[in-house]
Design a protein around this ligand. Structure first.
Ligand SMILES: *[C@@H]1O[C@H](CO)[C@@H](O)[C@H](O)[C@H]1NC(C)=O
Ligand SMILES: *[C@@H]1O[C@H](CO)[C@@H](O)[C@H](O)[C@H]1NC(C)=O
Ligand SMILES: *[C@@H]1O[C@H](CO)[C@@H](O)[C@H](O)[C@H]1NC(C)=O
Ligand SMILES: *[C@@H]1O[C@H](CO)[C@@H](O)[C@H](O)[C@H]1NC(C)=O
Ligand SMILES: *[C@@H]1O[C@H](CO)[C@@H](O)[C@H](O)[C@H]1NC(C)=O
Ligand SMILES: CC(=O)N[C@H]1CO[C@H](CO)[C@@H](O)[C@@H]1O
Length: 889
């Protein structure tokens, strides 16, 4: 008996090993990905592993799964993994193998986009600068040096994945891999001519020879060589776009969920309605795979951002920079995925769909199984202004709002409409750490500082020299943002009294100019000529230029060759006679700051003694360029994401406990106009859209993410290098928390609101039943009709509760006359922590010798405040006394 049970168990175990890590084949045809024989639609989201921390990955992946995704996609970032030739890094948040294993553990598929050119608003598009500096190397064309290194790196990544059994046929999660990236964009490949075509063919052959057992894709590559599947990027991919091989599935590798932001930009937003519209249209017309770019954007830590991009890479993605749900986007897409999934069998069955045109931009697409009679429909209206009322006879009548798609289950029931957002909007806020928590340790930070030592460079002393102006990447290998250009010349006397101007032509992005040891000014931009009047001394004069990059170019044909730094000419002129070109003088060079060499960002650096504190010197230097600041702080309690508010600072780099949290530049202020326009989801969302902007007239980025894993409870060290001049006295630490929630619902529906974890609705900020105007999360205003009871009804239903629902009807709000429009309700409510208390108690037992016991309870909600003592348990001790006191927190 036991024996047979054991045999049975081991047989089961064996079965499980086969089933649980079962090798699956990945195949496809024009209407499905066929994984292990099952026909599937893929909903994928981009999460770039180096843009968060390994500690954040499990939560991000779980939220992707909860949002209805069945795949996660990432690029591989070559220059992060091989920053110096043949010196590899795969630890910490570069441990992409671990990232893929977590995806697998969550039961999701993975898409591996190797590139290794990736664009991605990443420094230099992901390609290492050392490769550029090999003589004769040209990127992304038929160049032996480039191809050789690209193959070595691609092979290394593929081999690491194979070794970890990550490809689907090995039982792993990876179902697709990508080589190259957006090479086919019109403004790229054509410029490379025949060499580009040869390179593309080589890419395909090199990839296929890797023998990974899953299909390879190329995005934005209409002429992708077989068996590459070409895929699409953009904001919309609809019926006109088809893969170049009729047997290939239609894949949307980058459906942009928002847009990136550069220093000085206002922040663009793409609405949930429009994003859902584009995805629904894609599946309506036979789409098989969508990959949200980005699903979580995250943070450009260190010096990883591409040319002029912010440190935040939030992207208005469904998960925000910190990993919180960006609502309603996350929830609205979750519902869309669930709706489309109901039709998965029909959509992937290969039966051709029929589309009927109703005019004015309205189309009904029907997928049907003629054997079983099952049907599934998309009813779309691309008209930007006109809502449509469509009579489908026995299948019912439908109102399809302008620029929306309805998903009709069984073709006769609306299960989803892209313009009807049922998910509430959450408005996240930055919260100062409560002062009460800080009684012993007030938020007032005490700063230490040290000036960047520049004596050497201001006197022209470098590490190497050349009789020309060197391109910055060549000179620095991008080992630092900073490169010093230094020269001197003799003034023989005839120039001293003239009105002299120094001209410096540079490719940016920031130039600081010093003459004879004194800063004469700085300027920023992409490509510019810096001009400044200067006065000379008789004899030898020293010119020192500090050129600063803010990320390297990551996009465009020949992007690798675009020069950075002082390109010249550098000259001195007066208004008429003098024109001295210093470009071919002897220039001395030094890469980086002395503080970088001394590792001042590292609290354990041996140079720690160089920091000055207030006791030693009189005053904290403010608005002085080239200063290092240091302070100690307590981590805000709890688990909510932490940010540092750097308002008041200029430009520089920040570290917490030695970990870079990226470049900061809060003095870059966005244009003050354009944010007050109503955010209408209707109509095409385009690149550099001026729709739905926020952040007008304020810093493009004021708050900087400090991942929780960088922190310890006490004694955390923040170090700032300030380049332009700033005032650290305003710096503070905050948490990112739910502030307000907002929802809208039409008459006949129910409006639901819910605060999260431990918060309750403390106040109704806005309520209007009638025709309220505006957008949740932006501006809400009463329209032309408004029920007077709106606010009191909402208050009664919601205040003091964690969640509430209000039936939207005249029965609730009283009848009002709004003419012919559909009446609706909009409510915005403030969520606050429920007041909880901690009980301090003490008990004295009197009969035996005097014993006193004290303790502190867990946090109890206010409503649960009740102290009961069971006398029976204490009878052995005779009489006793209890003292209690409550400490409110
Ligand atoms: C949208 O509707 C308006 C008004 O009926 C019409 O003039 C316009 O041509 C329609 N647009 C499209 C794209 O069908
Ligand atoms: C299924 O039936 C519809 C409607 O009768 C027809 O238009 C379509 O061609 C049929 N499809 C197949 C694959 O037979
Ligand atoms: C002095 O400088 C001017 C301007 O560069 C030049 O024309 C002149 O030849 C110089 N004279 C001597 C003696 O070097
Ligand atoms: C210098 O500039 C000032 C003001 O522009 C002008 O008045 C003066 O004549 C100039 N001197 C010479 C030597 O050009
Ligand atoms: C220029 O630099 C040299 C050292 O290279 C120094 O001796 C000299 O004093 C400097 N000149 C001025 C005007 O600062
Ligand atoms: C790369 C790419 O597909 N870009 C497209 C993004 O979407 C906009 C607007 O739809 C198009 O104009 C771009 O060509």
């Amino acid at each position: 008996m036991w024996k047979s049970l054991i045999i049975l168990l081991s047989a089961l175990a064996l079965l499980c090993t086969i089933r649980c890590i079962s090798a699956v084949t990945v195949d496809y045809d024009s209407t499905a990905m066929i994984i292990g024989g099952e026909r599937k639609l893929i909903f994928s989201g981009a999460i770039h592993y180096p843009r968060s921390t390994a500690q954040m990955w499990p939560d991000l992946i779980q939220k992707a799964k909860d949002g209805g995704l069945n795949a996660v996609e990432t690029y591989i970032f070559w220059n992060a993994h091989e920053p110096r030739y043949r010196q590899y890094k795969f630890d910490g948040n570069l441990d992409f193998i671990k990232f893929f294993k977590l995806i697998q553990e969550a039961g999701l598929y993975a898409i591996l986009r190797i590139g290794p050119y990736v664009c991605a608003e990443w420094n230099y598009g992901g390609v290492p600068v050392w490769l550029h500096n090999i003589d004769g190397c040209e990127f992304r064309t038929d160049n032996e040096i480039f191809k050789n290194e690209m193959q070595i790196f691609t092979t290394k990544i593929v081999d690491m994945c194979k070794q970890a059994n990550l490809f689907a046929p090995q039982g792993g999660p990876i179902i697709l891999a990508q080589i190259e990236n957006e090479y086919g964009n019109w403004e790229v490949m054509d410029k490379y001519g025949e060499a580009g075509k040869a390179y593309l063919k080589w890419c395909a052959q090199m990839a296929v020879a890797q023998n990974i057992g899953v299909p390879w894709i190329m995005c934005q590559q209409d002429n992708a060589p077989q068996p590459m599947i070409n895929t699409f990027n953009g904001f919309y991919v609809d019926e006109k776009k088809k893969p170049n091989d009729p047997k290939s599935p239609k894949m949307f590798t980058e459906n942009w969920t928002g847009w990136y932001t550069k220093w000085g930009d206002r922040i663009p937003h793409r609405t949930a309605e429009d994003l859902a519209f584009s995805v629904a249209r894609f599946y309506q017309f036979g789409g098989v795979l969508v990959n949200y770019y980005m699903y979580h954007g995250g943070t450009n830590f260190g010096r990883t951002s591409g040319l002029y991009f912010l440190t935040s890479y939030d992207y208005d993605a469904p998960l925000d920079e910190y990993g919180n749900l960006n609502q309603p986007k996350w929830g609205h897409l979750k519902e869309l995925h669930a709706a489309i999934k109901l039709g998965e069998k029909l959509l992937t069955s290969g039966t051709p769909a029929t589309t009927k045109d109703y005019g004015n931009g309205v189309q009904l697409t029907t997928y049907s199984d003629n054997m079983t009679g099952e049907r599934f429909c998309f009813l779309s209206n691309v008209n930007e202004t006109q809502d449509a009322s469509i009579d489908l006879q026995q299948d019912g009548k439908y109102i399809v709002p302008a620029w929306s798609v309805s998903v009709l289950g069984g073709c006769n029931k609306e299960i989803y409409n892209t313009a009807k957002v049922r998910t509430q909007t959450t408005i996240m806020v930055k919260k100062q750490i409560d002062d009460e928590d800080e009684i012993e340790n007030p938020t007032q930070l005490s700063w230490m500082w040290t000036f960047e030592a520049m004596k050497d460079t201001l006197q022209g002393k470098g590490k190497f020299s050349a009789r020309q102006l060197l391109e910055q990447k060549r000179a620095s290998f991008d080992h630092s943002d900073y490169l010093w250009y230094m020269t001197s010349f003799d003034n023989n006397g005839s120039m001293s009294s003239e009105n002299l101007t120094l001209h410096v032509s540079t490719s940016g992005q920031v130039l600081h100019a010093y003459v004879n040891g004194k800063l004469i000014g700085y300027q920023q931009g992409y490509v510019f000529e810096y001009k400044s009047p200067i006065s000379l001394v008789p004899g030898r004069n020293n010119i020192t230029l500090l050129s600063v990059t803010v990320g390297l170019q990551n996009y465009g044909a020949f992007f690798d060759k675009g020069p950075e730094g002082v390109t010249g000419p550098v000259k001195l002129t007066d208004n008429d006679k003098i024109n001295i070109d210093l470009s071919s003088n002897t220039w001395n060079y030094k890469v980086g700051l002395n503080g970088e060499v001394k590792r001042l960002h590292d609290p354990y650096s041996v140079h720690a003694r160089e920091w000055k504190a207030l006791e030693e010197s009189n005053e904290l230097p403010v608005n002085r360029p080239m200063v290092w600041y240091k302070t100690t702080f307590r981590a805000p309690p709890g688990t909510e994401p932490v940010v540092v508010d750097l308002l008041g600072m200029g430009k520089g780099h920040a570290w917490v406990n030695g970990n870079s949290i990226g470049r900061f530049w809060p003095s870059e202020i966005a244009d003050k106009n354009g944010c007050d326009v109503e955010c209408d989801y209707r109509g095409k969302y385009v690149q550099d859209s001026t729709k739905c902007l926020t952040n007008c007239g304020i810093p493009s980025q004021r708050w900087y993410h400090i991942p929780r894993s960088f922190l310890t409870p006490e004694n955390n060290i923040l170090i700032l290098f300030e380049e332009n001049g700033g005032d650290p006295s305003q710096v503070s630490f905050q948490t990112v928390t739910l502030g307000s929630i907002c929802a809208k619902a039409n008459e006949g529906d129910t409006l639901e609101l819910s605060c999260q974890s431990g918060k309750i609705i403390s106040e109704i900020e806005f309520a209007s039943f009638g025709d309220p105007k505006g957008t949740c999360g932006r501006i809400l205003q009463q329209g032309s009709c408004h029920a007077a009871k709106s606010l009191s009804v909402a208050e009664q239903a919601c205040v003091g509760k964690e969640s509430c629902s209000i039936s939207v009807s005249t029965a609730t709000f009283g009848s009002i006359d709004c003419g012919f429009i559909t009446k609706r309700l909009a409510v915005q409510a403030l969520c606050e922590d429920e007041i909880v208390c901690i009980l301090q108690w003490s008990v004295e037992f009197r009969q035996s010798s005097l014993v006193r016991q004290e303790g502190t309870s867990d946090r109890i909600p206010q409503s649960g405040l009740e102290l009961t003592v069971d006398p029976s348990e204490n009878q052995a001790y005779g009489d006793f006394a209890i003292a209690k006191s409550a400490l409110w927190v």
